[in-house]
Design a protein around this ligand. Structure first.
Ligand SMILES: [Zn+2]
Length: 333
């Protein structure tokens, strides 16, 4: 199976977050056939991380995730590109990592491993489970793959996800003085959040805020007793100063419920590679036991998660070479 066949074969197996079992079995069988020792690490009843290695001392792991965002889009291809769900995020990356690992093995390099996790796109439960795996202690460098246009990402922004909830008092809309509108309170808070100057960082860039969801109210003729907004902040600084500012804005008018937070992280820079910070987050914050993190992968994050997801075939080939060189330069360190 060549690089492109492996990519499309992986893409043919739907693996929207939560349904990674079949693609995990496929990889287990494929890698076993190639001669790898393969472990399925159970994460939930029908979800397994896939971990593969060649000897007892894997020092560098290539890694990404098995799941995709919905909906499933079967693969198609032409001379230059592979299209469909997972083309770049992240099945093309899995295929280029396996191809690179096989190339390294041909060259006699066997201190390498492969780690593929479930549910990166939602909860990172796969990465959290992988972090407790005994092999983590042996791993010195973790090369994670996400679409970075084949540049070496040297930092990624954090993500702070939260809800803001405003409570009011229901009343007949003809007698507003009898009630208190939760929606009006929430709108005021959101207005202030939009005007707020969140701290930025020279290295990571600008902290950005997305008010992604908003809901509340009961009916047109009822003063709304409750309203809430869901917010994702791309962090460029530690969470604390951002949270402090949010607390000041929200004050007594609402409450903040934190859903999740990953801090911005810096990754290892290696000479001879194009380097840049990226804005998205990955499994890396949850794989802290797996040595120093690096991030590189074919394809563009701008088409990932869209209906037009694709990857250039030449970028997959380039990624194979980059992974081979990267692993070699890390093993020489
Ligand atoms: Zn991804």
């Amino acid at each position: 199976m060549n690089l492109f066949e492996l990519t499309t074969n992986l893409m043919k197996i739907p693996s929207v977050s939560g349904n990674e079992e079949a693609v995990g079995f496929f990889l287990r069988d494929h890698l076993t056939e190639l001669g790898w020792t393969v472990e399925l690490q159970p994460v939930s009843e029908n979800q397994n991380n896939v971990i593969a290695y060649l000897n007892d001392t894997p020092r560098v792991f290539l890694s990404t995730h098995l799941d995709t965002v919905p909906p499933f889009i079967p693969p198609t291809e032409d001379e230059k590109k592979i299209y469909g769900r997972g083309a770049c995020d992240a099945k093309g990356i899995i295929a280029s990592q396996i191809t690179a690992a096989e190339e390294l093995r041909k060259q006699g390099i066997t201190d390498i491993g492969l780690l593929y996790t479930v549910e990166e796109e939602t909860s990172s439960i796969g990465a959290k489970a992988a972090n407790n795996h005994s092999l983590a202690q042996k791993c010195e460098y973790l090369i994670n793959g996400e679409p970075t246009d084949n540049d070496l990402a040297i930092g990624s922004k954090g993500t702070f996800r939260l809800k803001i909830i405003a409570e009011g008092k229901a009343a007949h809309s003809a007698y507003p003085e009898m009630g208190e509108s939760a929606i009006e309170k929430l709108l005021d808070i959101l207005h202030d959040i939009r005007l707020a100057e969140f701290p930025n960082d020279d290295f990571f860039g600008e902290t950005t805020v997305n008010i992604g969801t908003i809901e509340g109210g009961l009916a047109l003729n009822v003063i709304p007793p409750r309203a809430e907004a869901g917010i994702a902040i791309r962090l460029t600084t530690p969470r604390a100063p951002v949270e402090k500012l949010l607390n000041e804005i929200v004050g007594e008018d609402g409450k903040i419920e934190v859903l999740s937070c990953s801090e911005p992280i810096k990754m290892l820079a290696v000479e001879g590679f194009n380097q840049k910070p990226v804005r998205f987050t990955t499994d890396i914050p949850y794989l802290t036991n797996w040595g120093q993190p690096l991030l590189l992968g074919a394809g563009s994050i701008l088409v990932a998660h869209t209906k037009d997801e694709f990857v250039l075939k030449k970028d997959l080939e380039e990624a194979v070479k980059l992974y081979v060189n990267l692993v070699k330069s890390l093993l020489e360190k």
